[in-house]
Ligand binder design. Structure first.
Ligand SMILES: *[C@@H]1O[C@H](CO)[C@@H](O)[C@H](O)[C@H]1NC(C)=O
Ligand SMILES: *[C@@H]1O[C@H](CO)[C@@H](O)[C@H](O)[C@H]1NC(C)=O
Ligand SMILES: *[C@@H]1O[C@H](CO)[C@@H](O)[C@H](O)[C@H]1NC(C)=O
Ligand SMILES: *[C@@H]1O[C@H](CO)[C@@H](O)[C@H](O)[C@H]1NC(C)=O
Ligand SMILES: *[C@@H]1O[C@H](CO)[C@@H](O)[C@H](O)[C@H]1NC(C)=O
Ligand SMILES: *[C@@H]1O[C@H](CO)[C@@H](O)[C@H](O)[C@H]1NC(C)=O
Ligand SMILES: *[C@@H]1O[C@H](CO)[C@@H](O)[C@H](O)[C@H]1NC(C)=O
Ligand SMILES: *[C@@H]1O[C@H](CO)[C@@H](O)[C@H](O)[C@H]1NC(C)=O
Ligand SMILES: *[C@@H]1O[C@H](CO)[C@@H](O)[C@H](O)[C@H]1NC(C)=O
Ligand SMILES: *[C@@H]1O[C@H](CO)[C@@H](O)[C@H](O)[C@H]1NC(C)=O
Length: 530
């Protein structure tokens, strides 16, 4: 599945998103490009078309009114702390930890007016211009259950999850967080359940800037009026966006510029955003795209990991996607050519533009990826892709062509040494046409492939969104990691403030060296690319 968004992947030779002039230029190019790509005249949107056929009934917003009713567990209940938070060999447990294991981890959830979250869901037919999103809201945002796993998927826990549903998924899951508090003065961090991406998704095409920015201003005003704001000027606040950062980074009020200006409002410059793709700003962190596997229990994950680790794979490499013929500099055409012309059918191409869009069907995607050693992840409309996470849950080693596709993004999730779990082929080498992907990948020995696959399979629990109904001991999933990191960050900012310093200097810096700061290492020197 591809994203109907635009972004600056043409800008990679400049310092990431930093140079404003090239920003605007890029955006215009891409907006044009986008309208061509979108193929609206055919009544279909080839890159995002979704078929909700077969098993699904028709759904509408009234049926989702109840999704907010999951009860909040008592944070100090016995069962809740079984795996939490003491670790073996940690001798530096302070008194506070002993009396309260949630110390330094409390989160307060703002009671935001519903027009900024559930109210948006009621408009589910219009969330994305090209198809009805209502079915995607089911099951806490996981979407319809996969009813026919066809022996490809494990029997339960698989859903037809839409890649833009993270806001809802996160909101439902945080209700299970063990250290929630209703007393905001105790909280380390304040979660703002604003469905920023679903909101703006309705207005990205064909609406003026005041419509696109309306909710952004509304939430900013509301937040500033709450007494929670004053403690740290919002720097203990965070929210989750299920779209890429680029959709919230409009710089001017020029109508032809893309997106909303949410992240450029003074209030939001003091807030941390977690989104599926971050830009270079330091108050943004990337968290995984939601993929299809949402297990209930540890054992479901363990079984799936075993299955993916041991599977014999008949293709050397695979690509699931569509070309970007009108996008200047896109390497997708070349990737597809190389795949189709690879000798001895060592590459499998899943054409996302073909009839009956298989790329949105979990069974079809996993059926291909589970048979491949390597899965190609070239930039598309933006640097990142949901497919990266489809490939990880399939135990397929991702091949990246740009450091912003993953290494500079999911720094909370992936090993710092990217050579361990992925292959990097600079996209310029593909553009020049002098690198054969087949040749590069053929050089990896069976042993090395198996080592890398082990690392990929280890990532599975970290990048998935567990079923919020799981109340038992559970692996640490994408949300557990995000909440741990975000409270750590806020605690650090708080300490800086206590020392009387202004944390805003680093809080929202436009920082092109994210990669370096994150300590990323690997076989090639990534810095040379900037
Ligand atoms: C939505 O569903 C409810 C209950 O199933 C039904 O009464 C109502 O007519 C439906 N509305 C639309 C717009 O389909
Ligand atoms: C505990 O704290 C001491 C001093 O603050 C430090 O030297 C030591 O490495 C810490 N031990 C652990 C296990 O973190
Ligand atoms: C104990 O609490 C302190 C501060 O409240 C925190 O920094 C530390 O990580 C906690 N330790 C454990 C083991 O949870
Ligand atoms: C917070 O308050 C709500 C409503 O009063 C209650 O349902 C919930 O259990 C409380 N949560 C905590 C963590 O105390
Ligand atoms: C923007 O569009 C809305 C509705 O489409 C309209 O009511 C409003 O007047 C427009 N604003 C400007 C500044 O054009
Ligand atoms: C808005 O941007 C377009 C494209 O960059 C440019 O041609 C136009 O002059 C701009 N309009 C204003 C009012 O700045
Ligand atoms: C953002 O935080 C800084 C302190 O770091 C503060 O001076 C500023 O007023 C805050 N902005 C808003 C809109 O509250
Ligand atoms: C294709 O497969 C045949 C038979 O397995 C083998 O002899 C040949 O070297 C392969 N060609 C390439 C280019 O790998
Ligand atoms: C990164 O991992 C690879 C493969 O495990 C290893 O060969 C290499 O030495 C590591 N590089 C660094 C800088 O740790
Ligand atoms: C690709 O071609 C360019 C220009 O001809 C050359 O500079 C570069 O070294 C080549 N790269 C590889 C990996 O062969």
């Amino acid at each position: 599945m591809e994203k109907p968004i635009v972004n600056g992947s043409h800008c990679h030779n400049q310092l990431w998103f930093i140079i404003r002039a090239s920003f605007v230029f890029c955006l215009v190019l891409l907006c044009l490009d986008y309208s061509v790509l979108s193929g609206v005249k055919n009544g279909v949107f080839p890159l995002v078309s979704q078929s909700f056929s077969g098993s699904q009934k028709t759904h509408n917003a009234t049926q989702f009114a109840a999704i907010d009713e999951i009860s909040v567990p008592n944070p100090i209940s016995s069962d809740a702390h079984r795996d939490f938070p003491f670790r073996e060999n940690n001798y530096n447990i302070t008194l506070a930890n002993v009396t309260d294991p949630c110390s330094g981890k409390y989160i307060y959830v703002h009671r935001l007016p519903t027009r900024f979250n559930n109210g948006v869901l009621r408009d589910c037919r219009n969330l994305i211009k090209w198809f009805n999103m209502c079915p995607s809201l089911m099951n806490s945002g996981f979407g319809p259950k996969v009813v026919k796993p066809q022996g490809v998927l494990s029997r339960k826990n698989w859903f037809e999850t839409n890649q833009f549903m993270l806001e809802l998924i996160f909101h439902q899951r945080i209700k299970q967080y063990k250290c929630l508090t209703n007393d905001s003065s105790m909280a380390s961090a304040v979660y703002v359940p604003f469905y920023a991406g679903l909101d703006v998704g309705r207005y990205l095409w064909g609406y003026n800037t005041s419509v696109r920015d309306s909710a952004a201003y509304g939430v900013a005003d509301w937040l500033r009026k709450q007494h929670e704001w004053n403690r740290m000027f919002g720097q203990d606040h965070f929210f989750v966006a299920g779209r890429i950062a680029w959709d919230f980074r409009r710089q001017t009020n020029n109508e032809s510029e893309w997106g909303s200006k949410l992240m450029n409002l003074p209030e939001f410059m003091n807030i941390t955003m977690l989104s599926i793709e971050s830009s270079s700003w330091s108050n943004e962190f990337a968290i995984p795209y939601p993929t299809y596997f949402h297990p209930l229990r540890n054992i479901n994950v363990v079984h799936w990991q075993k299955r993916t680790r041991t599977r014999k794979r008949r293709y050397l490499f695979c690509f699931a996607g569509a070309p970007r013929p009108t996008m200047e500099g896109s390497i997708r055409g070349e990737i597809i050519n190389q795949c189709l012309s690879a000798p001895n059918r060592t590459c499998k191409f899943l054409d996302c533009k073909a009839e009956g869009n298989k790329c949105d069907a979990p069974v079809e995607v996993i059926k291909v990826f589970r048979d491949c050693n390597f899965c190609l992840q070239p930039p598309g409309d933006s640097y990142t892709r949901r497919s990266t996470f489809d490939s990880i849950i399939s135990g397929c080693i991702p091949v990246f062509f740009h450091p912003y596709s993953a290494y500079a993004q999911y720094i909370w999730y992936f090993p710092k040494n990217y050579t361990k779990y992925s292959v990097y082929i600079p996209q310029n080498d593909i553009k020049n046409g002098n690198v054969s992907i087949n040749r590069v990948l053929s050089r990896f020995s069976e042993h090395r492939i198996s080592e890398m696959r082990k690392e990929v399979v280890k990532l599975i629990p970290k990048v998935i969104y567990a079923n919020p109904k799981s109340r038992f001991e559970r692996f640490e999933d994408a949300i557990d990691i995000a909440l741990k990191k975000v409270t750590e960050r806020v605690n650090k900012v708080g300490e800086v403030m206590k020392e009387g310093k202004d944390p805003s200097v680093d809080f929202a810096a436009g920082n092109q060296w994210k990669l370096k700061l994150a300590g990323i290492v690997g076989d090639q020197a990534l810095e040379t690319l900037f």
